[in-house]
Design a protein around this ligand. Structure first.
Ligand SMILES: [Cu+2]
Length: 128
């Protein structure tokens, strides 16, 4: 199962990497990514859940859900950029959609925040 999640994350990352090279696609490409049941949702100005405890060796997945306003008539969504930036230096890209994964090999308390919204948008992973 873990390999499947990683493959999906890589696929969605590469899907985001075009940078608007093609103008023939739909205008409403930005989409939310519901996290798996044990993941964390990156919302606008909060992480949900904000605190999470996992076992040593666990992989945690964040999924961006920061797009609002899409309509069924082709109106584009507005997606806000956030990051998952740990105090120990590990960070996701600043992105407005997609996912991020981190595997926690050692026990400890890992605090993180959004590089745009600072400590007002923060979370904690407790590895035990
Ligand atoms: Cu943010």
């Amino acid at each position: 199962m873990k390999a499947v999640f990683v493959a999906m994350a890589v696929a969605s990352l590469s899907a985001c990497g075009g940078g608007g090279g093609s103008s023939t696609g739909p205008t409403n490409q930005h989409v939310n990514t519901p996290p798996p049941a044990d993941g964390i949702s990156v919302n606008n100005n909060s992480f949900s859940p904000g605190s999470k405890s996992v076992a040593v060796g666990a992989n945690v997945k964040w999924a961006w859900n920061s797009c609002t306003g899409a309509d069924p008539y082709g109106g584009a969504a507005t997606c806000v950029e956030h990051s998952v930036t740990f105090d120990d230096g590990v960070t996701s890209p600043l992105q407005d959609q997609g996912t991020f994964n981190r595997t926690f090999a050692a026990a400890g308390t890992y605090t993180y925040h959004c590089s745009v919204h600072g400590t007002a948008m923060s979370g904690t992973i407790t590895v035990e």
